[in-house]
Write a protein that binds this ligand. Structure first.
Ligand code: SF4
Length: 354
């Protein structure tokens, strides 16, 4: 369904240069030993996103933390008794952890680790968008600031977005969606909901190319194509599985295919290899005709996280997430609706049918 009026296309957010941490074996071992000691002293647990470095993912698992998607990172941090949560990921993930855990100290290796979706949706512009459409409920993706979440009626993750939108559509609601236009378009197509879409995009997923993917798929007839729904519709149309990061890892583990072409950040390959050793993983193409790849299947903000910065934060302090209490409390309500919906759906109290 087309919007009542066009939402202006957001300017493409320029990502920072890609700077990945390079460590020798001795440096890595020394840093990990130092960090482990500091974490014990400070009663800290590390939660890391699938897109962060293999070093951070390994450290999280070696120290009793978790490697997951943004929602599970926050849930894990909430359930864990540690007084300090270290969030290796991007800023909205640290904020989500703080929203759910106000009593805990939440720190990040680099507070400048941002996200093109979050940056494309400033809170004042989003509030004006909502004010212009008082007859619509607003649904925002988790990749937004605490202030945007506080203004929204609902917060969703990619794993549950379609279910919640379908549910709201069946209740007769018309919707506003922000900030990812590709995920919003995907959810609109499968739910049939009346949605006006904000025009943000992820610099990593926006770069996947359908024509080059078709050629790659023809070269690998035994491969399943896995696509994250932040990708363009032409790429999603080629997918055998469309899903969140956790759902794509499950697909690698459970599908019988020997090969997978994966259209999401290549940081996820570390967990996919661990989940399904022996299966062949191939990056979906970001090059080829019409290529504008600036991130080339890896998020430059995620790459800002590293062991050196993590050690420095634990040694010197700083990099703590703070959120004004009135914003935090309102954002919590929007997130809580999603958590309650997920629990109700799991318990069979909400039936979505097809
Ligand atoms: S991969 Fe895309 S959506 Fe994820 S943090 Fe980076 S810019 Fe944001």
């Amino acid at each position: 369904m087309s919007p009542a009026f066009p939402v202006p296309l957001k300017p493409v957010i320029q990502p920072p240069p890609m700077v990945e941490e390079v460590l020798s074996g001795d440096e890595r071992a020394a840093l990990k030993a130092r960090i482990k000691t500091l974490m014990k002293q400070q009663d800290a647990v590390l939660v890391a996103h699938y897109y962060t470095s293999a070093d951070l993912q390994d450290l999280a698992e070696e120290t009793g933390g978790c490697v997951s998607d943004s929602l599970e990172m926050a849930r894990f941090g909430h359930a864990h008794p540690a007084k300090t949560l270290i969030v290796a990921g991007v800023k909205f993930m640290g904020e989500t952890a703080k929203i759910l855990n106000p009593e805990k100290r939440v720190v990040m290796p680099d507070l400048a680790a941002d996200c093109s979706l979050d940056l494309a949706c400033p809170a004042d512009e989003f509030a004006a968008f909502c004010d212009a459409h008082p007859d619509r409920l607003s649904v925002v993706y988790a990749n937004t600031s605490a202030a945007v979440k506080a203004r929204a009626d609902w917060v969703v993750t990619s794993g549950i977005a379609a279910k919640i939108v379908k549910h709201l559509h069946r209740q007769g609601h018309k919707l506003l969606w922000a900030p990812d236009r590709h995920l919003g378009d995907y959810v609109r197509r499968i739910s049939g909901a009346d949605m006006i879409l904000w025009q943000g995009s992820c610099v990593v997923h926006e770069a996947f190319k359908a024509e080059a993917l078709k050629k790659l798929r023809a070269e690998h007839p035994n491969a399943a194509v896995l696509v994250h729904p932040e990708s363009p519709a032409s790429v999603i149309a080629l997918a055998d599985v469309v899903g969140s990061t956790t759902q794509l890892i499950d697909a690698v583990r459970t599908l019988p295919h020997p090969e997978f072409i994966v259209a999401t950040d290549n940081g996820i390959f570390h967990k996919m290899h661990a989940a399904a050793p022996g299966k062949i993983l191939i990056e979906a193409p970001t090059a080829g005709e019409g290529a504008t790849c600036v991130s080339c299947a890896h998020c430059p903000w995620m790459a800002m996280n590293g062991l050196r910065k993590l050690a420095a934060v634990l040694e010197k302090g700083g990099n703590e997430i703070h959120i004004e209490e009135s914003i935090r409390a309102r954002a919590r309500l929007s997130i809580q609706k999603m958590l309650d919906f997920a629990a109700d759906e799991k318990a069979g109290r909400i039936q979505l049918g097809d």
